[in-house]
Design a protein around this ligand. Structure first.
Ligand code: FUB
Ligand code: ZN
Length: 662
């Protein structure tokens, strides 16, 4: 079994000044707190629930296998192409869970599914049940395998299979699923880059898939097998995108939809379908990291800068237009009709985590963090068994939103689920003489610093409290730099880097760091407070990140948010919900006066809410009121059809504004 586990994280570029290695999620123990609770729900509820919900995807494979083997299936296999990708994501999540908590029954289920996949996979490695068993809609997947690469999802599906296979191999050392993935990847290489007489008249297909995913998955296959073929394939798929083929038309045939309008190394803005885009950018960052080259760095920097300054929601969500599930023009960020698909926020975390590991710059973690805590987490209920696909920033009496137990196209539930399982892997990283704390949480790990094993024990009520206590236990005295992430939201003038969301109340707050009770000086470097000293067992570091209630404005070019304010605290975006406030479209903010309150019972137990002074306007009457705000991720957990609003009319700076009750 491979000795090194990178989880979903990326190995950093070797050409940067220092190589940053993330501590893999299964080497970090959650010791309670926010993520401890979420992980418990994930393991106890979400995973078993997802496996039940994956019934149709499993039936599709079973019926397909029966048909292929000449038996009468229970029913005709479904023609829904992407179904198996959802199952693969669940299998990937199951693999992570097995690393955290052994479960022989779950392992047996994954083994049985592996066996089923082996029956469906063709002798030559092709794996897409719809074509193999002849149950397909040619409009979506073409008449023959790989005859409609622009939409068919054949490569998207197997990409998720590779991710599952890599994870399951690392979790169990079993090769079954990995061998299926390898057999398929070698087949894809023949068909797309060499020519296989059985496909495309023997000519190499040489076309990038219409839904990115296989590129980043091939990088993972490379990492577990060490076989360079897969990294080369990932790079080839990236380099032919927008070069060997450009669709023409609208919708999914637009050249922008799947980022095929230009060679990827020349792209400058995020365009098209948001999930496709962030999977592409993640793969570009991974390939640069794994090759140690900077093929895509210029493009990635341009795309990232444009993203954070013109097209990201304050919740970290991506995708303003439902019609393409993707990006609109700069500053088009509608609230009620925001698409902000859960998968896009999950992909945004992958992308930004990769950008951090390639650069050591904490700005990327600021974006990863707000996408995770706000848009991504909103995608799953607090009970772990209800989901959002789209994540609007406002719901009114006409446009309600309900959580759903699953979806016909169920990409989102297993995506947020597999992400939560990997969150411990986003907490620590290290380089030769730097120990990075990147996401604060109650957790414990051991990090190798210059050959000395250093125990780290962290306690914190983050994200509700900015105090973090870290106990260091090096095996022997060790000199290294402790790098504590200082998020943009804590001291800067804005919520996230990029200029879209400046704070209205711009008081300066400072960070305090104490070592063994004494305040210490630190250097700021790339968004980290760096404390350099020789550490000994039992040293206690206390970090205090200021976490006042902030009123956050929006760049005036976002017309939708004119005259409004969002309330944030720490990395969390807050919202007003009907369950606390009645119809929230009647509310406006009139003062900065705010107080926080920890909820101790009910569905929102352990969540800090905010009370802020406001006014209710109903039938022309203005009534002063305290507006109750809860974290955006926690909305719609107290019944459906709630009105909700993130951006509230702001009468503080604009006292004469007429209040709209639309
Ligand atoms: O096409 C597969 C997935 O379904 C996409 O990533 C999502 O946006 C949804 O359309
Ligand atoms: Zn999705």
């Amino acid at each position: 079994m491979a000795a090194v586990l990178w989880g979903n994280s990326l190995l950093a570029a070797t050409k940067q000044s220092e190589q940053i290695t993330p501590v893999p999620f299964n080497e970090v123990t959650l010791t309670g707190g926010f993520w401890g609770e979420r992980m418990q729900t994930e393991l106890d509820v979400t995973l078993p629930f997802s496996l039940i919900q994956a019934g149709p995807a499993i039936d599709q494979l079973r019926d397909g296998a029966d048909l292929i083997e000449g038996r009468e299936p229970k029913q005709r296999p479904s023609t829904n192409g992407p179904l198996s990708s959802d199952l693969y994501k669940i299998m990937e999540g199951a693999a992570y869970s097995l690393m955290l908590r052994p479960d022989p029954a779950l392992e047996a289920k994954i083994d049985a599914l592996t066996e089923l996949l082996g029956r469906v996979q063709q002798e030559d490695g092709y794996l897409f049940v719809c074509h193999t068993c002849g149950c397909f809609d040619p409009f979506w997947v073409g008449e023959r395998p790989y005859s409609k690469v622009v939409y068919s999802h054949e490569l998207y599906n197997v990409g998720h299979l590779y991710e599952a296979a890599a994870a399951y191999y690392l979790a169990t050392g079993k090769r079954g699923l990995l061998d299926i993935a390898i057999k398929n990847a070698q087949h894809v290489n023949r068909v797309f880059f060499e020519g296989d007489p059985a496909y495309n008249d023997g000519k190499p297909v040489m076309q990038a898939p219409g839904h990115e995913e296989i590129e980043l998955a091939l990088c993972k296959l490379y990492r577990v097998t060490g076989d360079r073929l897969y990294l080369d394939m990932a790079k080839k798929f990236l380099d032919i995108r927008g070069v060997t083929y450009r669709p023409e038309g609208d919708g999914f045939m637009s050249p922008f939809y799947a980022q095929q309008h230009a060679p990827v190394s020349e792209q400058t803005e995020p365009v098209g379908h948001a999930v496709r885009a962030v999977y592409l950018y993640t793969a570009m960052a991974m390939v640069d990291a794994l090759t140690g080259e900077q093929h895509y760095a210029k493009a990635l920097n341009a795309i990232w800068n444009n993203l954070v300054s013109t097209r990201i929601y304050i919740t970290g969500g991506l995708g303003a237009q439902a019609s393409i599930e993707g990006f609109g023009p700069a500053y088009e960020l509608p609230n009620k009709t925001a698409y902000s698909e859960t998968c896009a926020a999950v992909g945004n975390v992958f992308f930004n985590q990769g950008m951090f590991l390639g650069s050591g710059d904490a700005r990327y973690l600021d974006i990863a963090e707000i996408s995770l805590f706000n848009n991504a987490l909103a995608g799953i209920s607090l009970t772990g068994d209800r989901f959002f696909y789209v994540n609007p920033l406002e719901a009114d009496e006409e446009r309600h939103t309900c959580r759903s137990p699953w979806f016909g196209c169920a990409c989102c539930p297993p995506n947020i689920s597999r992400m939560i399982l990997q969150v411990p892997g986003y907490m620590y990283a290290y380089s030769k003489d730097r120990l990075y704390l990147t996401l604060y949480s109650c957790s414990r790990t051991t990090v190798p610093m210059n050959g000395v094993r250093v125990g780290v024990d962290q306690t914190s009520d983050y994200p509700f409290d900015g105090k973090v206590t870290i106990k260091l236990t090096p095996e022997k005295r060790a000199a290294f730099r402790l790098c504590l992430r200082i998020p943009t939201w804590s001291t800067g003038r804005e919520f996230i880097p990029g200029g879209l969301y400046p704070y209205r109340n711009t008081e300066k707050y400072s960070v305090t760091i104490r070592v063994n009770g004494e305040t210490v000086d630190y250097d700021m470097n790339n968004g980290f407070a760096v404390v350099k000293r020789t550490w000994k067992a039992g040293d206690i570091v206390e970090l205090e990140l200021p976490m006042p209630v902030r009123r956050t404005a929006c760049d005036p070019r976002v017309k939708e948010n004119e005259g409004t304010t969002a309330v944030t605290r720490g990395p969390l975006v807050y919202c007003a919900e009907e369950a606390d406030n009645g119809v929230v479209q009647q509310l406006s903010l009139i003062s900065d006066e705010a107080r926080t309150h920890l909820i101790t019972e009910g569905p929102l137990k352990n969540i800090t809410q905010i009370g802020i002074r406001g006014v209710r306007v109903d039938a022309g009457d203005r009534t002063p009121t305290e507006i109750t705000l809860i974290p955006y991720y926690a909305w719609n957990n107290r019944g459906d059809n709630q009105t909700m609003r993130v951006w509230l009319p702001n009468l503080i700076e604009n006292p004469n504004t007429e209040i709209r009750c639309d």
